[in-house]
Design a protein around this ligand. Structure first.
Ligand code: FES
Ligand SMILES: [Fe+2]
Length: 371
């Protein structure tokens, strides 16, 4: 918390925000990536973390550097449910307390003088969640208060995770890339109008774009030169919000009119000021085993290859805008960019509120399944 004047790197980016928005739960790894034997190192929001599983299999997370001589803790050993530094063997429990100094008596008071900051962590829905920030200043809400509806309801939904990706771009630029009118151009070959059924595909050079207003904000439709839509439709009955703090975007999709609609949820988290960790899953409404199996097949055959290509295009364009400062300093915005501007303000406002000691909660309504 600080009362000093806010300096901005570029408009709407106060100093510090380029490295992420702290004090939220982040899905920083997938459950299988963290076994019982070895710790795992992850950097998010410019913080190095060391993760491991304690004796109960519960996830533990601490700052990634040993307070003795700064050795990387993620290359240490998991012993007795605790994390032991590889160098001189200091051992830390899940609360970051020093549990052992190997050359001191077991009950040495010296242990109280050294500790490592710990972070709240949980394993849920196939992800390892860490509350990245200052839990003393901004007590974390229960994780389930800030999870998408479907991750809490295995009865009615099924979801499939994509491999986590690292993009070479600042996280705020990757979020700019969530604007809802680029798909018809950037993803012209992969997502939007690849297969306009029953019609000849209109060549790219002939295509134009029509902006439409929906309950879910603006969308774009590819048209021919005369303005006749050529792509698949967009959804009009959509609930929830496309963007949810700190960095979750929700995209309802339908590859072709006769195929099941689904939702792609994606978190774009800062690793540091230059790289972004991208975590995504696709989810469906589903009832019963047979339907789940059918959807699993559909995911692997249709959704995954398609979404992976779309993601590669998004990653390419995020990196292709240059640094955050260059991209933002050299932009010219149109009217259709107003949603992007709103999103930027929402993130900035949440960041500034924290400087005054207020944490912006995520509303449950924002996290409903949109279809
Ligand atoms: S650096 Fe970790 S125990 Fe010495
Ligand atoms: Fe995209």
């Amino acid at each position: 918390m600080s009362n000093s004047p806010v300096r901005e790197i570029v408009p709407d980016v106060p100093v510090g925000l380029e490295k992420g928005l702290e004090n939220y739960w982040y899905p920083i790894a997938q459950s299988e990536e963290l076994g019982r034997e070895e710790p795992l190192g992850v950097t998010v929001l410019d913080r190095e973390l060391a993760l491991w599983r304690d004796g109960n299999g519960d996830v533990r997370a601490v700052h990634g550097r040993c307070p003795h001589r700064n050795a990387e803790l993620a290359i240490g050993r998991v012993l007795d449910g605790r994390l032991q530094c590889l160098f001189h063997g200091l051992r830390f429990d899940g609360n970051g307390r020093c549990a052992l100094i190997p050359w001191e008596p077991e009950d040495s008071r010296l242990r109280d003088e050294i500790s490592v900051p710990a972070y709240p962590a949980e394993d849920r829905g196939g992800y390892i969640w860490v509350y990245v920030g200052d839990a003393a200043a901004f007590p974390p809400p229960p994780l389930e208060d800030e999870l998408p509806e479907e991750l809490l309801d295995e009865e009615n939904f099924v979801w499939f995770r994509f491999p986590t990706e690292t993009w070479e771009a600042n996280w705020l630029l990757t979020l700019d890339g969530q604007d809802a009118y680029h798909p018809v151009t950037l993803h012209a070959g992969s997502q939007s109008v690849a297969a306009a059924e029953g019609r000849e595909v209109v060549p790219l050079a002939e295509r134009r774009v029509k902006i439409v207003d929906t309950s879910y904000g603006i969308r774009a439709v590819a048209t021919d030169r005369e303005g006749k839509p050529i792509g698949q439709g967009h959804f009009t009955e959509v609930k929830g919000d496309r963007f949810i703090l700190p960095c979750l975007s929700t995209n309802p999709l339908r590859p072709r009119t006769n195929l099941a609609p689904y939702v792609v949820r994606v978190w774009q988290m800062a690793i540091d000021a230059e790289r972004t960790l991208v975590s995504r899953f696709a989810s469906f409404r589903a009832n019963g085993r047979a339907e789940r199996e059918r959807l699993e097949g559909f995911f692997h055959e249709v959704v995954k290859p398609r979404a992976s290509q779309v993601s590669a295009e998004d990653a390419l364009i995020a990196a292709a805008q240059g640094s955050l400062v260059d991209a933002r300093a050299n932009e010219f915005l149109f009217n259709v960019d107003q949603e992007t501007v709103r999103l930027r303000r929402q993130i900035k406002d949440a960041f500034l509120a924290q400087r005054e000691g207020r944490r912006t909660a995520v509303s449950r309504e924002a996290l409903v399944f949109p279809l």
